[in-house]
Design a protein around this ligand. Structure first.
Ligand code: NAD
Ligand code: ZN
Length: 342
């Protein structure tokens, strides 16, 4: 089969023929139809310090995908050949303290497809049956193929936030931030301010329902105007940029909530006394998607037609154009980029 491979400990990917993966008795083999390309794939492509510390080439890249079940292992009972599926890409142990207390998203034994084991930029991928998620008939493969980052946005926007009627600031309108704008809107937020330095991304945020989408220098004025000077009830921090994180702490109201998804590239200073403690705020660190509350909530939003992620997909490529896909993400001009695989 064709697979996009991180072949060696150096920058780049290689598209090559590799054997179809073997699958265990409790796993299924999935023919990949569509697969989202993520910032993480760019880190692996560039072979930056994070990738060098984490990844062990050679392996097949890609962790966001959807497809059709081709084969099932002998112990699999609830997934059938021919079904349209996506999957949770974090493979957890199922027996640790976290897994057994409903917090498998932070399982310390997590293995991520396309990072720690072979991934989805290929004609086929093997997945544990317990990670498989069925797609409704009306959900296109390309939407199934972006369930991973969309799930990050659902987790960030909905976990503990009490959004109906809330005022919200989304800092960072990358693909995940733009999803979050649409989700907050669908969940009943009364006013959403979105910030980014990139005008194209602000335009996408407006399309997804932001009441105002502004450069960070204008975010304070937009928040103050929308909240009678109080500050927003909820900040969804989707950039990982220190200036945006500080701005989120500054513009959340006293007693509000900051949901932190964006990952700063290196350690940063926070004045906990003034930014967190004396504001009485709650800070929630987001890891991936809650298993499987996030998946259930998202399926219900999509089923009800409350939220349509389609406008976030701006580019589609065959696997052969992997260099173009990486380049357009690096340019900062794209929303979500998807490989159309078979
Ligand atoms: P992205 O890099 O495409 O988006 C970040 C956006 O922030 C960009 O559009 C950038 O222009 C914008 N930005 C830069 N400076 C800003 C500022 N001062 N104020 C507001 N916006 C600013 O990333 P993405 O793929 O949408 O992911 C968002 C973040 O989430 C990244 O940091 C990524 O590493 C992280 N992430 C976290 C998890 C998790 O489980 N915690 C999972 C996936 C991604
Ligand atoms: Zn575990």
């Amino acid at each position: 089969m064709r697979a996009l491979v991180k072949a060696s400990a150096a920058p780049g990917f290689v598209l090559k023929d590799v054997p179809v993966p073997t699958y265990r008795d409790d796993e299924v083999l999935i023919r990949v139809k569509a697969a989202g390309v993520c910032g993480t794939d760019v880190h692996i492509h560039e072979w930056d310090a994070w990738a060098q510390g984490r990844c062990k080439p050679p392996f097949v890249v890609g962790h966001e995908f959807a497809g059709v079940v081709e084969k099932v292992g002998s112990l699999v009972t609830d997934v059938k050949v021919g079904e349209r599926v996506t999957a949770e890409g974090h493979i957890v142990c199922g027996h640790c303290h976290l897994c057994r207390t409903g917090n498998a998203h932070v399982c310390p034994n997590t293995k991520i497809i396309g990072v720690d084991r072979d991934g989805a930029f290929a004609d086929y991928i093997a997945m544990p049956a317990t990670n498989v998620w069925h797609l409704d008939d009306n959900i296109p493969f390309e939407i199934g193929g972006i369930h991973d980052p969309m799930g990050n946005a659902f987790h960030t926007a909905l976990h503990g936030t009490d959004l109906p009627g809330a005022t919200v600031l989304v800092t960072g309108c990358g693909p995940i931030g733009i999803f979050a704008v649409g989700i907050a809107k669908a969940a009943g937020a009364s006013h959403i301010v979105a910030s980014d330095v990139n005008p194209k991304r602000l335009e996408l945020a407006r399309r997804m329902g932001a009441h105002s989408a502004v450069h960070p220098k204008d975010a304070e004025a937009a928040v103050k105007a929308a909240t009678h000077g109080l500050g927003v009830d909820v900040v969804l921090e989707m950039s990982g940029v220190p200036a945006a994180i500080h701005q989120g702490f500054a513009l959340v109201r006293v007693g509000g909530r900051v949901q932190m998804l964006g990952i700063p590239a290196k350690p940063m200073d926070v004045d906990f006394a003034t930014e967190v403690i004396f504001k009485g705020i709650t800070v929630y660190g987001v890891v991936g998607r809650r298993m499987y509350d996030t998946w259930i909530q998202r399926t219900q939003f999509l089923r009800a037609g409350q939220f349509d992620p389609t406008p976030v997909i701006t580019h589609r490529f065959p696997l052969e154009q992997h260099a173009e896909a990486i380049a357009v993400i690096k340019s900062g001009e794209a929303g979500k980029v998807v490989f159309e695989i078979s």
